[in-house]
Design a protein around this ligand. Structure first.
Ligand code: AMP
Ligand code: MN
Ligand code: MN
Ligand code: MN
Length: 279
């Protein structure tokens, strides 16, 4: 039997990824991935194309999404894995999030304009096309205009929390996000649990609430996890009896640190989230 390689978190050009959904699938195949979930921010629009290309390569394709939501006024990313991309409730949720992103983009552009940087709104609309407008679109605009030289410095100077063009976004509520995923027959998974800079006690409060709402999984291994983060996440997965997921969070071939399928293995003592895909 060939070795199975899972990657259950990545992005295409329908959100802040660089490659088209089809090219994400091709790249995953090249890197030996056997099961791939495309999880664009707040949109299902890239899934049909990815699914179609995956069929040609016998890649096991899992339709997914990464929803931006709020819990206790803090932003969290919840992955919906194995969702029905035609579910009316989830689709309505994505339309709501698209509006939120559109209005937020106007506000970010206004703030940049106050910083004597005009033209951002038109530029990000053009580059996002039919996809979601994200902060990386603004970062790329700032790089092109010569205001910063890297994505990181765009966040450090303008787009990151508390910086001059930061907008405190009213995402949807966690409870709604989890409900939409469940309605679409999917599995709700907390993405990159160590990236929220929460204390252990806040993370425990979050996981208690998430479980009550029907959350089932936690991303134990990401493309950038270090061994200590994996060890700490295993502890939470076990304590809260959550299924473990693995996902690179791949966005672009230009980021040499993150690649499709390049992931530490899921620790043996964790129940794999893919056990739920067949049920
Ligand atoms: P948004 O959902 O529009 O707020 O954009 C968030 C996305 O920006 C994340 O999914 C990352 O892909 C990217 N991102 C966030 N922080 C940084 C950072 N410091 N440097 C580079 N990319 C970032
Ligand atoms: Mn992203
Ligand atoms: Mn995320
Ligand atoms: Mn992501």
């Amino acid at each position: 039997m060939i070795e199975q390689k899972y990657d259950l978190h990545c992005h295409s050009s329908y959100s802040d990824g660089e490659l088209s959904p089809g090219d994400v699938v091709l790249r995953a195949v090249e890197h030996g991935v056997t099961t791939l979930a495309l999880t664009d921010h707040d949109t299902l629009s890239g899934l049909a194309e990815a699914q179609q290309i995956a069929k040609q390569y016998e890649l096991n394709f899992i339709p997914g999404i990464e929803l931006s939501c709020l819990w206790n006024k803090k932003t969290f990313h919840i992955l919906g894995l194995n969702v029905d991309a035609n579910n009316a409730e989830l689709l309505a949720g994505t339309r709501q999030l698209k509006n939120i992103r559109y209005e937020r983009a106007k506000e970010i552009a206004n703030k940049l304009e106050k910083n004597k940087i005009p033209g951002a709104f038109q530029a990000v609309q053009d580059s996002a096309g039919v996809g979601m407008i994200t902060r990386p679109h603004f970062a790329n605009f700032l790089i092109k205009q010569g205001h910063v030289s890297t994505m990181q410095s765009a966040f450090d100077r303008y787009l990151g929390q508390g910086k001059s063009a930061f907008v405190n976004t009213q995402w949807v509520e966690l409870e709604d996000a989890v409900q939409w995923i469940k309605a679409a027959g999917g599995i709700a998974v907390l993405a990159h649990p160590m990236r929220y800079k929460l204390t252990a006690s806040w993370l425990r409060r979050f996981l208690t609430a998430f479980k009550e709402m029907g959350g089932l999984g936690i991303e134990v291994v990401t493309g950038r996890s270090n061994p200590d983060e994996i060890r700490r996440t295993i502890h939470f997965a076990q304590q809260y009896e959550l299924y473990g997921s693995v996902g690179s969070d791949f966005h672009s071939p230009k980021n040499q640190w993150v690649e499709l399928g390049r992931l530490a293995p899921l620790p043996k003592n964790i129940k794999p989230v893919w056990d739920l895909f067949t049920q």
